[in-house]
Design a protein around this ligand. Sequence first.
Ligand code: ATP
Ligand SMILES: Cc1cn([C@H]2C[C@H](O)[C@@H](COP(=O)(O)O)O2)c(=O)[nH]c1=O
Length: 216
Amino acid sequence: MDGKFITFEGPDGAGKTSVMNQVIAVFDQELGDRLLVTREPGGNKISEEIRSVILDRNNTEMDYRTEALLYAAARRQHLVETILPALKDHKLVLCDRYVDSSVAYQGAGRQIGMSQVARMNEFATEKLLPFKTIYFDIPVEVGLERIAKHRDSRKIDRLDVETTAFHKRVHQGYMKIRDQNADRFISIDATQPIDAVVNDTITIIHQIAGEYFKED
Ligand SMILES: Nc1ncnc2c1ncn2[C@@H]1O[C@H](COP(=O)(O)OP(=O)(O)OP(=O)(O)O)[C@@H](O)[C@H]1O
Ligand SMILES: Cc1cn([C@H]2C[C@H](O)[C@@H](COP(=O)(O)O)O2)c(=O)[nH]c1=O
């Protein structure tokens, strides 16, 4: 695989999407079509349709394993249709969430079991992991406060309205994944003002994907 695959992970409200939007604005000029910015669940028509089903707040009856399978199905389609072709095309791929989210949210948050969810996702991803994962480190309460504060301008989904206990289990799950993947994870202090988080993110991407920013 010739491109470089980098993921953004963290609890709800950590600021990943806001930071990514600002990072795109900077990198778009430098990289043009050598950059793909995408997200999970989503990133193409089928996966975005699956996203709507998963995140629809009216789908209160959804079983936890169904939820885990839907995330994995969206991921499979996203990988095959969107991520792999971009990597084949030597692109830098920045993806908002990937398999670590399933292991943290469904494995730990929903208490299905982290290893079970990881194994199920190996089927979906054929064990493809990111080159590096930028982890937006923030206490659960701060992330949830941000979401509550911006309730009017931000769509609240089925996962956002979960209990604090659920979000704390997700956070503990992430801490485990980070410890077990210390060579892949790079943490950013996401409690800083947004400009500082954006700067840290840009610095890290320059360090880990420096070849994309060299003059030809
Ligand atoms: N560094 C920051 N300081 C204060 N507020 C922030 C910061 N970063 C983002 N926010 C605000 O917090 C809210 C959540 O941010 P954002 O949607 O980017 O987080 P996220 O990590 O993508 O969350 P989710 O995964 O739940 O979608 C937004 O309303 C955003 O304006
Ligand atoms: C990929 C993935 C995501 N989730 C959760 C995490 C968030 O609460 C939502 C996605 O919304 P975002 O605003 O785009 O972050 O879904 C999950 O539970 N499992 C997953 O695999």
